[in-house]
Write a protein that binds this ligand. Structure first.
Ligand code: ME8
Length: 498
């Protein structure tokens, strides 16, 4: 069995609407990290899925004139199709309406109840179905939910509560000590700040909600959608029915999300796990929340970007790249859709694409006899790998991409300075050595871009005659070697200019 396991998750997305570029951002990022760890030879388990219960989904189904389950099936299929089109290589897809999830949730809740972490009470409050949560007076703006621009409903009902208070000190301690690593640093500070507020016991059930999982110890209640949703991270890996798998992958190495749902993940979820005597996640990372042209993405404004439209226009790889390279991973930012074409041309067609074409074309003329190498290309390649790997291990995806860009920029400059097309006639020995080194650099680039641009990476390796590299391990692929030009192809255009 492989030594290192790497279990990474995305949030499970609500099915009340089809996927947009925000969902794609997290999912592509998780896929890139999963692919990177697979390259390293880790035993990767990448989980994504859909959150299908609760009033919000039930109401959307009603508006669509469908039964909730049929509606969920249709919407979940849209997500899965989008992920297929973006080449998302998840290992498992969890839907909260699946029996495996429902049964495991009931087991988990029984454990919490038996351990005395759940008690009965009454809840009165203002509930926003858009957020699927009770809001405090402080959170309202002019009596309305600021996110959904709707007045919340007054609800009073019998409820079961989770004794959050019993676990807060321990969760806080673990976050402070990085036993649960919350990142990036500003989000960790924000989360620690939350402990200063009045964090109250939260309810784990709803009496009025029909579309949900029955509480195992009170059939009049459905499990609060957030409480069961968080459990997907364990129900999917066999918490109930496959202890071997569960022990193999739990705790999660990374829960990835945006900061909108960090409180649920960094405070409520570890508290529930502690109550059940289960290990807590190792790392929780919230990337930034982005706006489109300065505004929050919304159907009403009409600025929602459908990732499928981007795939139609740019293809899967370029869309993955464009989505991820807008701003530093972990920071908020603004996306300007009209800039995509420009970025595509600048960074993919002209930079990586152009260098690949130039080197492949000139490489056709490599002959016998080699002059002396200045060693600069090999040195640069050997420098890039560690900075790339550090960035990827630290979840600095944008820095990983930056490392690749540094190398392609270096390559393009090296070609401009050394003018191999001239050397071909004046100094064939030097021409040969430079071209072989540039080709070897391309082989490294093919591996560096693999997590981001899997199709492009395959095309590059094929053209370079290096597909047998796939049989090597990570260290073998990273090793600088003498390029074998005998097997190379004639080159292809990786990114046609738009
Ligand atoms: O919250 N910028 O589901 P959801 C960046 N079902 N990321 C964005 C984004 C944006 N503008 N919009 C959405 C839920 N996202 C729950 C999760 S998990 C146990 C339950 C991404 O469909 C980002 O990952 O509202 C965010 O955290 C998630 O979509 C919210 O997805």
């Amino acid at each position: 069995m492989k030594e290192n396991k790497f279990y990474i998750t995305t949030p499970i997305y609500y099915v009340n609407d089809k996927p947009h570029i925000g969902h794609a951002y997290t999912t592509v990022a998780a896929d890139v990290l999963a692919r990177y760890h697979r390259l390293r030879g880790d035993d990767v388990h990448f989980l994504t899925g859909n959150d299908e219960h609760g009033d919000k989904v039930a109401r959307s189904a009603e508006e669509a004139g469908q039964e909730p389950q049929a509606f969920c099936d249709e919407m979940s299929a849209k997500y899965q199709l989008t992920w297929d089109r973006l080449n998302i290589g998840y290992d498992d897809y969890i839907r909260t309406t699946e029996p495996r999830h429902k049964e495991a949730v009931q087991d988990f809740l029984t454990v919490l109840r038996d351990k005395g972490a759940i008690y009965e009470g009454t809840y009165e409050g203002l509930y926003c179905t858009g957020c699927e949560k009770f809001l405090t007076d402080k959170e309202l703006v002019d009596g309305e939910c600021p996110d959904h621009k709707k007045a919340p409903e007054k609800l009073s009902e019998k409820n079961y509560f989770f004794k959050l208070g019993d676990y807060l000190n321990e969760v806080k301690r673990q976050i402070e000590k990085d036993e649960i690593k919350v990142g990036p640093e500003n989000i960790k500070r924000e989360v620690l700040g939350l402990f200063k507020q009045d964090l109250q016991d939260f309810s784990v059930s709803r009496e009025s909600v029909k579309w949900g999982i029955e509480l195992p110890f009170d059939k009049s209640q459905k499990t609060y959608v957030w409480v069961e949703a968080l459990q997907n991270y364990i129900t999917a890996i066999g918490y109930k029915d496959d202890q071997k798998k569960f022990k193999r992958y739990w705790p999660a190495d990374v829960h990835l999300m945006a900061k909108d749902i960090i409180k649920f993940h960094a405070i409520f979820w570890p508290a529930m796990l502690l109550a059940a005597d289960l290990p807590v996640p190792k790392q929780i990372f919230a990337h930034g929340f982005f706006t489109i042209d300065g505004q929050k993405m919304s159907k009403t404004i009409g600025n929602v970007i459908d990732p499928n439209d981007l795939v139609d226009e740019y293809g899967a790889d370029a869309t993955r790249y464009l989505i991820l390279s807008q701003f530093p991973f972990g920071q908020d930012g603004d996306i300007k859709a009209e800039k995509f074409a420009e970025q595509y041309n600048d960074q993919l067609a002209n930079n990586l694409g152009n260098m690949f074409s130039r080197v492949m074309k000139l490489g056709q003329d490599v002959g016998d006899g080699k002059g002396e190498s200045d060693g600069r290309i090999e040195k640069k390649v050997n420098e890039i790998w560690p900075s790339f790997e550090k960035a990827m291990k630290d979840l600095q995806i944008d820095q990983g991409l930056e490392a690749v860009r540094t190398l392609t920029d270096f390559g393009n400059k090296y070609i401009d300075t050394n003018k191999p097309w001239k050397l071909k006639k004046t100094d064939p020995g030097k021409f040969n050595v430079i071209m072989l080194e540039l080709l070897e650099m391309l082989r490294h680039i093919a591996w560096l871009v693999q997590p981001f641009l899997p199709e492009t990476s395959d095309k590059m390796l094929e053209q370079l005659g290096a597909t047998s590299d796939k049989d090597l391990d990570h260290d073998g692929r990273k090793k600088w070697r003498e390029f074998d030009a005998a097997k190379m192809g004639e080159g292809v255009i990786l990114f046609p200019r738009i």
